[in-house]
Design a protein around this ligand. Structure first.
Ligand code: R5P
Length: 308
């Protein structure tokens, strides 16, 4: 299978992936712009009757989406038989509930990917179990838990509660606690808004040291409120493990003044890679891509979400 990506993702993912998997070889392509700024993709390698993996993103800046679409289109026009899009962070997945009059976020992204020629999508830790259906493409969601857990184990903490910052994050927290070998049941927080202010109720018991596990840190406000609540409940030390770090604004920095000792984040997003805060530790996904996950469509496992 040949692997293609725009320059940013090429440097971070293509070489490590190809080194780690003998079935993958790096493909050459070029993304350029017309003088008025329109994006153009050119595939230099022959891909006639070949399967291709395209690495990229659908998240802002919006040119990432257009780059992915044009590159996929160029591959299909060059007679690639199948294109698998590897999107470490599946943007727009939080737009999974549509009130009347609203746009269809993740479904629209799925339709665009499909029309460009994407046959299957692989990501990490997708936002909800509904995403496969809403995307309208076979979706594999890999779990990064086994990459985070050794880092938490290295801290040598004995009694630890794994905490989900909302109800939707409970299954992620359970997987994390099992992998960690924690003897404590997980705890979770229930979010509610009163007059526009976010309040949390804690469900379950917490030990003085906890690990809070979430899929996305955007502004960090959810985690700041959650950690404040945990402190009120007697928690002294907190570790955060978050898969996708968007790091919008400055609010997330407040975490380190309220008991958070370390924030582990994967390198799924360029924003996380760019973040050089001393308390933020990057967890590389680069060479971790189980080969089986590339063949979901071929194996006819349609619309399935895997936690590998
Ligand atoms: C919400 O359902 C997500 O899992 C995250 O908790 C949320 O997107 C984080 O957003 P922010 O960091 O802006 O609070």
């Amino acid at each position: 299978m040949k692997v293609f990506a725009s320059s940013d993702y090429y440097k971070r993912f293509v070489s490590p992936l190809c080194k780690a998997n003998s079935e993958l070889t790096a493909g050459k392509s070029e993304i350029s712009r017309f003088s008025n700024g329109e994006i153009h993709a050119l595939v230099h390698d022959g891909v006639d009757h070949e399967e291709c993996l395209v690495i990229g993103s659908v998240a802002p800046p919006d040119e990432q989406l257009l780059t992915l679409l044009t590159l996929t289109d160029a591959l299909k026009r060059s007679s690639a038989t199948r294109v698998v899009a590897y999107l470490p962070y599946l943007g727009y997945a939080r737009q999974d509930k549509f009130a009347p009059g609203e746009s269809g976020g993740i479904s629209l992204i799925g339709a665009l990917l499909k029309s460009a020629g994407v046959d299957e999508v692989i990501t990490y830790d997708t936002h909800s179990d509904l995403d496969g259906q809403l995307l309208g493409l076979p979706l594999v969601s890999l779990s990064p838990t086994q990459l985070f857990v050794p880092l938490v184990k290295n801290l040598g903490w004995s009694d630890v509660t794994v905490v989900a910052p909302d109800k939707g994050a409970r299954s992620r927290a359970k997987t994390f606690a099992e992998e960690l070998g924690s003897n404590q049941p997980i705890a979770y927080l229930v979010k509610k808004r009163v007059d526009g202010i976010l309040h949390f109720n804690l469900v379950g018991k917490v030990t003085p040291r906890v690990v809070v596990v979430d899929d996305i840190l955007d502004t960090g406000k959810t985690l700041v409120s959650a950690c404040n609540m945990l402190r009120i409940e007697g928690v002294q030390e907190i570790i955060i493990a978050v898969t996708h770090g968007l790091f919008t604004g400055e609010a997330w920095k407040r975490l380190f003044g309220i008991g958070v000792k370390q924030l582990f984040v994967s390198n799924s997003c360029p924003e996380a890679v760019a973040q050089k805060h001393p308390m933020v530790q990057h967890v590389p996904l680069n060479s971790y891509l189980p080969i089986d996950s590339l063949y979901v469509t071929k194996n006819k496992k349609q619309f399935e979400i895997f936690a590998i």
